[in-house]
Design a protein around this ligand. Structure first.
Ligand code: SF4
Ligand code: ZN
Length: 724
């Protein structure tokens, strides 16, 4: 790094330090030095400080001393250098100043949250929560989001900013935006916001720390690294976090200091300013090349799709909504008959690429109304199996949502589809659904699908007739899946997708236990193995059964030992108390064995209300994860709760004493069904939620009142065993 950059970084740090001192003093004057320092929904206090140093900031009054220490740590080395070696500050000094600047920025940001719970107004998001990061983890690991790009500063023109925004969306990446570029993109007609994968963090440079804080927390949440272990954290981010920073426009000294901090945590910074290049760390580029260069540096690979349709298309549009007044026509949703079905046929009966519309096209449909629609996809392939039909069918949801002007929810005969007015204006036709499904199924399932044909039915009588047929298929399929139990198969499947973030984590997927992210079921894993024989889903022969109650098999243990790089020796698939499956970071719920109640308390990721444990999801989740085996605290997916194999060695669903009402309702039908099977027909009502118990005392009282079965079961502590 040239002397100029080093000097800028040091003076930037100095300015940031003065600013932080001023802001801290004001906050102490206003709120007192005993005011606690915290942001909601993170287990990491002031994340950059906590993760880089391993220490927490408890109160506002602690900050002045920390600022003195930061000043010491940056200047001491510079002064010693100068005194004993006669040397000017070096790159190491600049990097140290950079890290300290990140911490300062985080302190400034956290003080904003201490003063007011929602300091950021739309479109800005400010702090990114642990839950958001956990949700992001699966998308990154599976490649659905290939990488993260942080764009900060001001582009040379609105047009250049717009191009960059569209490029990020087109590639399906996640963009985090800071500064003038946000408004520039909007003026250029790019839609920004979380639902468009372009998240404006804030308009000042300190808000950029929320991006650095994501990278740092990925290392502790998924990589299970210990806060304070700086070297390992830097290595982890450098190797595993597919992200880079683009700094646009004139760089002031604080920005340079923050940039040095980003480099110091292991991420490259690209800039359109004339700076001396440091390979893989500080790279001058032209703005129009910045993204492709960044992807190249971080080894981010992207497969573009070419679709012959008149609307924009890509994963970035998956989360958008089409509201009633923006809708041109709709199908299903209880307003008109609609269904979707994927069926296998013999090779000679499928005409590859044929798309037909039976009934009126969109131009003959009345605007603003619901119309009948049947989507039937015929598939043929030498390796295609009937059991893969639902897997492909489930993807129709995302394939249709990827359209900027098409929207989909539900499935089977309860699907609901909309086409927007914009889409109609652009020339979107019913037959384009066929083009989308044909192209995407061919692309994603090329290893098992040879031919695809799509029939779109819009004639009401034809839809009703075909829907009856489809219902027969659904019923047959359900019967087939119900017959699929852990006992009925000889092989389970592994999933090691999350090893890109949690290097020793292994999920074992069985017919009755999906992956803890809730995204991988047995048949998915099986199909994915066919698609990618060397991929993350491998067959795991069960081998000799060592314990049918706890769910221990010789073959599983052997596999897990190797796949976890010898970190984990045994799995009890049906116990949360003895040798449970390890937890990565993207689990849907955390389950805690509560000794007070002798039962299980389950908290899903999205729940932020009170719970009897008294700790938030993010704190509880922070205690496990990273591929560690932790008896009594495990990550699970929601559907597993209503499986017959749900921790049956520990007493099964009868152990569940508390979950939030939202989750209870989501699983209602199945909880009632499982309760009946277990001989407790009113189990659903016996499980407490926040409407009857917010604290441990209230919970105990409630459990006694309803005579909850867990109270009479074997004490949890007797069952518990800690992996040695
Ligand atoms: Fe990660 Fe397990 Fe889900 Fe695979 S099944 S993506 S390893 S959580
Ligand atoms: Zn995971």
């Amino acid at each position: 790094m040239s002397e100029v950059v080093v000097k800028l970084a040091l003076s930037g740090f100095k300015k940031a330090l003065e600013l932080t001192r001023k802001i801290t003093d004001e906050a102490i004057k206003e709120l007192g030095s005993d005011q606690t320092v915290e942001v909601l929904d993170t287990a990491y206090n002031v994340p950059s400080y906590h993760i880089l140093t391993g220490k927490k900031i408890e109160k506002l009054g602690d900050i002045p001393k920390i600022l003195d220490e930061l000043e010491e740590s940056v200047y001491r080395k510079c002064i010693l250098h100068k005194m004993y070696l006669g040397k000017e500050p070096t790159i190491e000094n600049a990097l140290e100043a950079g890290l300290a600047t990140l911490i300062l920025a985080d302190i400034i940001e956290v003080i904003k949250y201490v003063k007011t719970p929602k300091p950021y107004k739309p479109p800005y998001s400010g702090f990114i929560s642990d839950s958001q990061i956990r949700a992001l983890g699966v998308s990154l690991a599976s490649g659905k989001i290939p990488g993260i790009v942080v764009v900060l500063g001001k582009a040379p023109s609105d047009e250049a900013a717009g191009k960059m925004g569209k490029e990020i969306q087109g590639l399906g990446m996640l963009g985090l935006l800071v500064g003038a570029v946000v408004e520039q993109m909007r003026r250029a007609g790019v839609r920004v916001g979380a639902e468009y994968n372009l998240i404006p963090l804030g308009d000042t440079i300190t808000s950029a720390v929320h991006a650095a804080s994501v990278a740092l927390r990925v290392s502790t949440i998924f990589g299970s690294l210990k806060p304070g272990d700086r070297e390992k954290i830097r290595e982890y981010i450098k190797e595993r976090v597919p992200a880079f920073v683009i700094a646009l426009g004139p760089l002031d000294d604080i920005t340079v200091a923050a940039g040095a901090g980003v480099i110091a945590i292991g991420l490259p910074v690209l800039t359109d300013q004339p700076v001396p290049e440091i390979p893989n760390a500080l790279v001058p580029v032209r703005p129009e090349e910045a993204i492709s260069k960044g992807c190249e540096l971080r080894n981010i690979k992207i497969k573009p799709v070419k679709l012959e349709i008149p609307i924009a298309y890509g994963p970035v549009f998956e989360g958008k909504a089409i509201r009633k007044h923006d809708m041109y026509v709709e199908f299903g949703g209880g307003r008109s008959p609609a269904f979707e079905l994927v069926v296998t046929k013999p090779l000679r009966e499928v005409k590859d690429g044929k798309i037909e519309v039976i009934g009126p096209e969109i131009d003959e449909m009345k605007e603003g109304k619901a119309h009948p629609l049947g989507i039937v996809v015929y598939i043929a392939g030498k390796k295609m199996k009937k059991e893969y039909e639902p897997i492909i069918e489930r993807r129709i949801h995302e394939y249709i949502n990827y359209g900027e002007d098409t929207w989909h929810i539900g499935s089977r005969d309860i699907c609901w589809i909309r086409i927007s007015k914009e889409g109609y204006k652009k020339g979107f036709k019913i037959r384009h659904f066929g083009v989308i499904l044909y192209t995407m199924i061919k692309k994603d399932f090329s290893a098992i699908v040879d031919k695809v044909q799509v029939k779109l039915i819009t004639d009401k009588d034809e839809v009703l007739k075909a829907r009856e047929e489809a219902r027969k298929f659904y019923a047959e399929r359900d019967a087939r899946i119900a017959a699929l139990t852990d006992e009925s198969v000889d092989v389970f499947y592994s999933c090691t997708l999350c090893q890109s973030f949690a290097p020793n984590h292994v999920c074992i997927i069985t017919p009755e236990r999906p992956g803890l992210c809730g995204a991988v079921y047995y048949l998915d894993a099986k199909a994915s193995h066919e698609l990618q024989p060397e991929g993350p889903n491998q067959p795991v022969p069960k081998g000799k059964c060592l314990d049918p109650v706890k769910g221990e098999w010789e073959g599983v243990n052997k596999f897990v030992y190797e796949a976890s790089h010898h970190a984990t020796k045994r799995y009890h698939l049906y116990s949360a108390l003895t040798y449970p499956i390890t937890s990565c970071g993207c689990f849907e719920c955390v389950l805690i064995a509560s000794f007070e109640t002798n039962g299980f308390i389950i908290i899903p990721r999205e729940y932020v209300g009170d719970n009897p444990i008294g700790l938030r999801f993010s704190t509880l989740a922070g205690m496990i994860g990273g591929g560690k085996q932790a008896s009594g605290t495990v990550g699970i997916c929601k559907r597993y709760i209503v499986s017959r194999k749900f921790f049956k060695a520990d007493g099964g669903i009868k152990r569940v004493v508390w979950m939030p009402k939202s989750l209870k309702e989501e699983l209602k039908e199945d909880i009632i069904k499982r309760g009946k099977e277990e001989g407790i027909p009113d189990l659903y009502d016996k499980i407490a939620d926040e409407t009857v118990a917010k604290t441990m005392d209230e919970l105990l009282e409630y459990l006694k009142k309803v005579d909850h079965p867990a109270l009479k079961m074997t004490p949890l502590e007797k069952l518990m065993e800690y992996p040695g």
